[in-house]
Design a binder for this molecule. Structure first.
Ligand code: FAD
Ligand code: MLT
Ligand code: ZN
Length: 472
């Protein structure tokens, strides 16, 4: 790898201007550690180009000099993918100045946006056009489209609309040598060979820099109903989602599972959150039904489903939000879990997936094995149950020091991933591998998968300058 020289810095400044370059150590800090402060690195420079042409020139100049680049969007990733290594030789390439909404095409039901557009801004732009962009996640106020694409982000509406891969028709990418690949096609059908855009979606910045995308728009939602339901078990959650799907079909747009432990953390740490029930219950789900029709009979459908669930013993208690403030309060309880867990000391995040039907057995087996091997650790299980995606996160035992808990992180992870493998699951359903799960991927992924991935990496980035040390 090369090192940044004063001459190269000057050339980069000529491309991006003074406003696009950060060298001052204090101003650089927020680009060098992640949201949880779980990862920290050093960088030679932060470069913030404002257009695709500028990105291409930055990449070309760095490639010529052998300088490694770390693409970064909103820096909300949860596995250290956007954080440079400790060498201080890498350059952080931040896309946050690329914020243009290039085109809204209502006829084609698409929107073309640049990589630095914040997800919430994209949702607003879709709404302004009378449409819906359905990707929704807790970090939507700060994560960017580029990061969403590079991690193939999921979230709370995947159940109905799919993840970022499903929402994308085309991407524009600056390749590791600085050439611009214009894959910005707004086509729903194109069988002219390999679907190249899919290579870059989920590649975590290791194959090129995503600079723009053509994304799908959906009809706006005009009716919505939201409920918070207490359940006796995780099997009840699996039964209930099947029941609600049968009754409501695609109107079931959210079904989020939360353990009592997760809810307790939120009640303790997130201001304005209150338990809707007087009694304590072991599990909860947040259910959301939505429809494009105004005044769709969603409450009736929900009440029918819940009525059956009470009869079958699947549901113990339920509240239905009566207005938008109550809807927001229920979602805050769900989306506040990540933040709440941060207040309980270091957390170990495992965003696994297993077949939906295996969720109860997965949780039972993993809980038993963990509690036997690491008594007192607090299991914070919640997530997108309809996608088979659980956040099986672990907090340290009450009163214990951080250091001994952190020293057990790898052993805890192996217990969880061994159980995940036993249920034919994935060790990363949402957040990607980044630097956190790179080693685990070597252990848990099929060697042929890894060989094919290395072949692609070698073909596109032979010098290994795109986000080295991540994913592979
Ligand atoms: P960054 O964190 O900046 O980068 C993430 C990765 O993408 C890095 O590897 C980086 O190098 C690469 N990258 C960024 N931009 C580009 C680009 N333009 N070109 C190439 N590579 C690039 N994730 C989910 O999937 N579902 C959730 O429900 C969810 N909930 C979250 C809740 C909270 C509170 C937080 C903090 C995070 C959550 N996340 C979730 C994780 C995170 O928000 C997503 O991974 C998000 O998509 C990352 O976007 P970002 O712009 O912050 O990317
Ligand atoms: C979520 O769904 O809330 C996040 O993806 C989970 C996390 O922060 O671990
Ligand atoms: Zn999630």
């Amino acid at each position: 790898m090369g090192r940044l020289t004063e001459t190269l810095t000057k050339s980069l400044e000529n491309v991006v201007g003074e406003a696009g370059l950060i060298r001052d150590s204090e101003r650089m800090q927020s680009y060098l550690s992640d949201w949880r402060n779980a990862y920290r690195g050093e960088a030679a420079l932060v470069v913030r180009p404002a257009s695709t042409a500028e990105v291409a020139e930055v990449v070309r100049l760095c490639a010529q000099a052998g300088i490694a680049l770390v693409p970064q969007g909103g820096n909300t990733g949860l596995c250290g993918g956007s954080i440079p290594d400790a060498s201080g030789d890498q350059v952080v390439l931040s896309l946050t100045r690329m914020t243009q909404i290039r085109q809204v095409d209502p006829g084609n039901e698409t929107i073309t946006v640049e990589a630095g557009v914040i997800l919430q801004r994209l949702q607003e732009a879709a709404a302004e056009a009378g449409r819906l962009f359905p990707l929704s996640l807790g970090a939507e106020g700060s994560c960017t489209v580029g990061g969403n694409l590079a991690t193939n982000a999921g979230g709370t509406a995947v159940l109905r609309y799919g993840n970022m891969r499903d929402l994308t028709l085309g991407v524009e990418v600056v390749l590791p040598d600085g050439r611009i690949w214009n894959g910005l096609r707004g086509l729903r059908k194109d069988n002219t060979g390999y679907d190249l855009k899919q290579l870059f979606i989920g590649s975590e910045g290791t194959l090129g820099i995503i600079t723009a995308a053509v994304l799908k728009l959906y009809p706006a939602v005009r009716s919505r109903t939201t409920a918070w339901v207490a359940l006796p078990s995780t099997q009840a959650a699996v039964d209930l989602i099947g029941r609600m799907r049968g009754l409501c079909g695609d109107r079931l747009t959210g079904f989020e599972l939360m353990s009592r432990q997760s809810v307790e953390f939120v009640l303790r740490h997130v201001a304005g959150c209150n338990d809707p029930f007087a009694e304590v219950h072991p599990w909860y789900v947040l259910i959301e039904l939505s429809d494009t029709l105004l005044d769709a009979p969603l409450n009736e459908m929900l009440e029918n489903g819940l009525g059956e669930a009470f009869e079958q013993g699947e549901a113990l208690d339920a509240v239905v939000a009566g207005n938008e403030t109550q809807v927001a309060a229920l979602w805050k309880m769900r989306e506040g879990i990540s933040e709440a867990q941060n207040h309980e000391g270091p957390s170990l995040k495992h965003d696994i997936s297993v077949p939906v039907s295996s969720i109860p057995a997965f949780i039972e087996t993993a809980d038993q094995q963990l509690q036997a091997a690491f008594p007192g650790v607090r299991i914070v299980a919640y997530g997108h149950v309809g996608d088979g995606n659980l956040h099986y996160n672990i907090s340290k035992p009450v009163g214990s020091e951080d250091a001994p808990f952190k020293a057990q992180a790898e052993a805890i992870m192996h217990v969880i991933y061994d159980v995940t493998r036993a249920f034919a699951g994935s060790i990363s359903a949402e957040h990607g591998l980044g630097q956190a799960k790179r080693e685990a991927a070597r252990r848990y992924k099929d060697p042929l998968d890894l060989e094919l991935m290395r072949t692609l990496k070698q073909a596109l980035d032979p010098a290994g300058l795109m986000n080295p040390g991540k994913l592979l």
